[in-house]
Design a protein around this ligand. Structure first.
Ligand code: PRT
Ligand code: ZN
Length: 286
């Protein structure tokens, strides 16, 4: 019987949608009946196990799942032995210490003897130990950001993304302790056949990730402008130039970062490019 890889994914929450979307972009179709614990998949020998993100590191370390997609913050907090196999780039956030505005923060010594509310006591304990600071860490499960205003804590240690939540609660971010993002973790004792499947799946993830933020651009260009056009497209592999029936013209194809797209297109138009087509890239396989 063919071996099935079991992948743990957050059942609901911030990482669920992007995890499933990434699988779909990799040709892995996840069966719709979402609220089942285990979903079958098409297009790859994998099944999806839906869990709370807090439970994913342990599930992978025990071998209940072979691999999992979870925030690096959860992996570090739980401390179960797993391999971090790949960084996925989404779910980016940081774990930071924040104090009430106007608290007179002077540096990390400020925390000595103070009460800090957090859902990440292990990471915070390690941080304070490394700095030689003794503080009172209060573990709370949620709504950490309101703890100072209700008198439960002097400061907080929590996930920050845009920083809007801190501002709304009158808090100022003063120390970033770790940067996090969604990662693929793996059981440390995967057998050969499962490892081969993990490699194949990561190969697909990378092909999709390489195309993120890139556009494929085609245009018609006067032939004598090719060198100039190439100089306007720095940093990428040399563009493809194809002849057209009209000998004075050619078709130029290039990959352009979305962030630079409009600037590049304006310069290309400036040297005579016409009929510019911008296409979405799905996968890039080297
Ligand atoms: O139910 P389950 O236990 O599975 O989910 P959960 O509620 O524990 O986690 P969830 O879905 O909130 O987050 C899952 C993972 O997403 C986290 O472990 C992080 O790795 C990642 N992530 C990325 C975030 C954020 N960004 C984020 N902004 N997790 C939480 N937040 C919170 C933050 O704590 C703050 O309170 O969102 C709020 C808004 O943040 P700002 O700074 O943008 O205002
Ligand atoms: Zn959680």
């Amino acid at each position: 019987m063919e071996k099935l890889l079991r992948l743990a994914v957050q059942a609901k929450g911030r990482l669920n949608e992007e995890s499933i979307q990434l699988l779909e972009e990799c040709g892995v179709t996840v069966e719709e009946s979402k609220r089942k614990l285990v979903a079958r998949c098409g297009g790859f020998p994998v099944e999806v196990l839906y869990l709370r993100d807090d439970d994913i590191p342990q599930a992978v370390s025990m071998g209940v799942a072979d691999i999992g997609i979870v925030g690096l913050n959860e992996v570090e907090e739980k401390g179960f032995p797993v391999d971090v196999l790949h960084r996925l780039g989404f779910g980016a956030c940081r774990l930071s210490l924040a104090v009430p505005k106007g608290a007179g923060y002077t540096g990390t010594d400020w925390f000595a003897g103070r009460r800090i509310a957090t859902s990440y006591p292990e990471i915070l304990t390690r941080y304070f130990t490394s700095k030689g600071i003794e503080a009172h860490i209060h573990q709370i499960a949620g709504s950490v950001e309101i703890a100072p205003s209700v008198g439960m804590a002097d400061a907080i240690f929590d996930i920050v993304s845009s920083g809007g939540t801190l501002v709304r609660n009158g808090l100022a971010e003063v120390e970033t302790v770790m940067e996090s993002q969604a990662v693929v973790i793996g059981n440390v004792e995967l057998g050969e056949s499962k490892l081969a499947l993990v490699k194949q799946l990561l190969f697909r993830f990378e092909a999709v990730e390489r195309s993120r933020g890139l556009k494929y651009v085609l245009m018609n260009l006067p032939r004598e402008k090719v060198t100039e056009a190439v100089s306007l497209l720095p940093g990428l592999k040399s563009p493809t130039v194809l002849p057209l029936a009209d000998e004075g013209w050619c078709s130029l194809h290039a990959v352009i970062r979305e962030a630079d797209l409009w600037e590049r297109i304006e310069s290309l138009k400036g040297i005579g490019a016409e009929d510019i087509l911008v296409l979405t890239m799905e996968k890039t396989i080297p």
